[in-house]
Design a protein around this ligand. Structure first.
Ligand SMILES: NC(=O)C1=CN([C@@H]2O[C@H](COP(=O)(O)OP(=O)(O)OC[C@H]3O[C@@H](n4cnc5c(N)ncnc54)[C@H](OP(=O)(O)O)[C@@H]3O)[C@@H](O)[C@H]2O)C=CC1
Ligand SMILES: CC(C)(CO)C(=O)C(=O)O
Length: 343
């Protein structure tokens, strides 16, 4: 009997999310990880280990992954997952364009609102879909990535993505196909407004979210975002235990009450931090312009102020070039944002 060929998946941007997705999918598909040469050397030497709370770590030996540094390695892929940071998206699309099969399905598993459109512009005629990763993944050692909280991946609903969702499910990656992916992206953006607060705090997410002063900073950002969403007619999908519109109120609760009510939100690995913290730690540019920056731009388009988001954008840009400005205590950050909102 003829063997059915395994599906082929290329992951472009083998960092935290790329290694997490590619490593899990290697059980059910032929996976090619495309990343920087030093990162690929680490994987060649150590293999890839993926771990998550409550699950035994899984090591995927280098013999079970194709490791590459150039876009031509995606030439045979049925599915191409884009997992570079936002600033690298257009370049990723440009590099992949001459190589991808015309029927390849490209899925952006990135934060922010515009990555799928950026890819569509660089990959005319290809199917490009939006995806969303709701949980944190961090590199915890050479060739090791750890999922710090539970969650369900989301992808834009389309016939072209049905096989990928089947593969994810078979690989133990819970996934939902969503007809409302735009609203999902806006819902995720509200969550991602904490990336900057977390990065500036220098603390693990669980500790930072447990401290009211930091939560008040996030609440200020979310209030401005929700006002801009209302003006733009955007109804963000509820991604957590509380409807998006109520989250700023919950964030303002005293610590003890918040910790009790938001126990599921705080079900995070004690060491997990935001992807923006990792960027600052490694001296790389952050995604701040596609997170807080989106809110500032959306608010401006509707004649609304967004001073807390603008202030955080400035502080993160400052930290990118002057890491000695870090860390910010909750009280000092809140004072800074409050004076920006009063100015
Ligand atoms: N980490 C997380 O917890 C989460 C992240 N996300 C989102 O997922 C996306 C990916 O994030 P994350 O995995 O943390 O990012 P990482 O920086 O860990 O991974 C991206 C990798 O892609 C590499 N890369 C960039 N351009 C190229 C290229 N042209 N060729 C080869 N390699 C390239 C980068 O190298 P280099 O740095 O040298 O450019 C980096 O190693 C982001 O949009 C992020 O916001 C979403 C949810 C959670
Ligand atoms: C999951 C979350 C919100 C964790 O901070 C994230 O998206 C990130 O770190 O970029």
């Amino acid at each position: 009997m003829a063997e059915t060929a395994r599906p082929t998946v290329a992951v472009f941007g083998a960092g935290s999310i790329g290694c997490h997705l590619g490593g899990a999918l290697a059980d059910v598909a032929d996976v090619t990880l495309i990343g920087r040469a030093p990162a690929m050397d680490v994987l060649r030497e150590h293999g890839l280990t993926i771990s998550a709370a409550g699950r035994a770590p899984r090591r995927i030996g280098p013999d079970r992954l194709r490791l590459a540094t150039g876009p031509d390695a995606a030439a045979d892929a049925d599915f191409v997952l884009i997992t570079v940071k936002t600033a690298a998206t257009a370049e990723a699309g440009r590099q992949l364009a001459p190589h991808l099969r015309s029927d390849a399905v490209v899925v952006s598993f990135q934060n922010g609102l515009h990555n799928p459109d950026t890819l569509r512009a660089e990959l005319p005629g290809r199917t490009v879909l939006a995806g969303m990763v709701p949980y944190n993944v961090v590199q915890t050692g050479p060739g090791t990535v750890h999922q710090g909280m539970p969650g369900t991946l989301m992808v834009e609903q389309a016939a072209a993505v049905e096989e990928l969702t089947r593969l994810c499910t078979a690989a133990g990656l819970p996934v939902e196909a969503r007809a409302d992916i735009r609203e999902v992206q806006y819902g995720k953006l509200l969550m991602n407004l904490n990336n900057a607060v977390n990065a500036l705090s220098g603390l693990p997410l669980r500790e930072q979210l447990g401290l009211r002063a930091y939560r008040l900073c996030l609440a200020l950002c979310q209030r401005e975002a929700l006002a801009a969403y209302r003006a733009a007619g955007v109804r963000p999908t509820r991604l957590g235990p509380v409807p998006a519109a109520l989250t700023p109120y919950v964030l303002r609760l005293p610590d003890a009450l918040f910790r009790r009510l938001a126990a599921s939100t705080l079900d995070i690995n004690a060491h997990a931090r935001s992807s923006m913290w990792e960027d600052l730690e490694r001296g790389r540019p952050t995604e701040i312009d596609s997170l807080q920056g989106e809110i500032v731009a959306l608010a401006a388009r509707h004649g609304l102020p967004a001073p807390a988001n603008a202030c955080l954008t400035d502080l993160v840009h400052q930290a990118e070039t002057a890491p000695d400005t870090l860390p910010w205590t909750g009280e000092r950050l809140l004072q800074q944002l409050r004076s920006a909102t009063r100015a």
